[in-house]
Design a protein around this ligand. Structure first.
Ligand SMILES: Nc1ncnc2c1ncn2[C@@H]1O[C@H](COP(=O)(O)OP(=O)(O)O)[C@@H](O)[C@H]1O
Ligand SMILES: [Mg+2]
Length: 261
């Protein structure tokens, strides 16, 4: 660690396609570009974060599932990405079997916390990208984490799902992990040309408080193209609106007080 506390961020929302992976990868990359040592933990069997960071799943002997099962050490599973200081514990399809096999095993919820803990302490930031569910993989991430951030599509219909996730985080906080709290909502896919977009942001701030609503990520084609090229937005298109938006949000997160321990 290069000084300061070790922070553990969890990007989560039970809705698919709301920007969890895009936000995890690009916030992590921005923090690494700013000089921090960052570990991305890909907890989604779809492995989109792993692929976005240029890591091929084929032939990976160690992944998050082998670490969680105690069959390999976390150290052995860490891969470096093409971004300096940005490392990954990759996901493979095996994580889906892991989730099925241990769905009813209470202790399994604590395996990420217990088996990744010493490794997370070595990094300035650990970033969990989660699947669009509220099952074991997401619960395990919230139990291991300290700061939950909710990417939320800037659309009225997305509001309900968000309240549900806030409640889930509160439940995990009460029962399993007093260190976790919702530290930010990140409006994504914001289209300023849509007449309702400004109203939505005002409503969000009024309901949840100015401090909780981070700077928005605009709808931006470069953000959709970058993963296909196996690149973060900063490699793909440094001058795009998407790069600027994610750099800003990463600064906000960096400058927020660290939560939990
Ligand atoms: N702000 C944005 N503008 C345009 N496309 C985006 C934006 N954010 C994400 N995307 C694209 O939308 C899709 C869903 O985003 P993703 O981050 O994978 O969501 P999730 O991880 O929540 O399922 C991906 O193809 C991604 O590249
Ligand atoms: Mg995803």
């Amino acid at each position: 660690m290069s000084g300061g506390v070790s922070r553990r961020l969890v990007f989560t929302n039970r809705k698919g396609g709301c920007g969890k992976t895009t936000t995890s990868v690009n916030v992590a990359a921005a923090l690494a570009h700013m000089g921090s040592n960052v570990l991305v933990i890909d907890t989604d069997p779809q492995a989109h974060a792993t692929m976005s960071l240029g890591i091929a799943q084929g032939g990976l002997v160690h992944d998050l599932s082998t670490v969680a099962e105690g069959r390999s050490t976390a150290e052995a599973a860490i891969r470096s990405s093409y971004v300096p200081r940005l490392n990954v514990i990759p996901a493979t399809r095996r994580l889906a079997d892991f989730e099925r096999r241990y769905a009813n095993t209470m202790e399994a919820r604590f395996w990420f916390r217990d088996r990744l803990g010493p490794v997370m302490d070595r990094f300035d930031y650990t970033v969990f990208d989660t699947p669009p569910t509220t099952q074991l993989l997401t619960l395990g991430s919230l139990i291991a984490g300290r700061e939950a951030y909710i990417p939320m599509q800037a659309h009225f219909l997305a509001m309900e799902g968000m309240i549900e996730i806030i409640e889930l985080v509160e439940q995990v906080q009460r029962h399993h992990n007093p260190s976790i709290a919702v530290c930010g909502i990140i409006p994504t896919f914001l289209d300023e040309s849509a007449p309702a977009s400004g109203q939505l942001l005002r409503d969000l701030r009024a309901r949840l408080g100015d401090n909780l609503i981070l700077k928005p990520i605009h709808l931006n084609h470069a953000l959709a193209e970058a993963p296909g090229a196996g690149q973060t937005i900063f490699q793909h298109s440094l001058r795009s609106a998407g790069a600027i938006d994610y750099y800003r949000v990463a600064l906000q997160i960096r400058d927020a007080p660290a939560h939990g321990r």
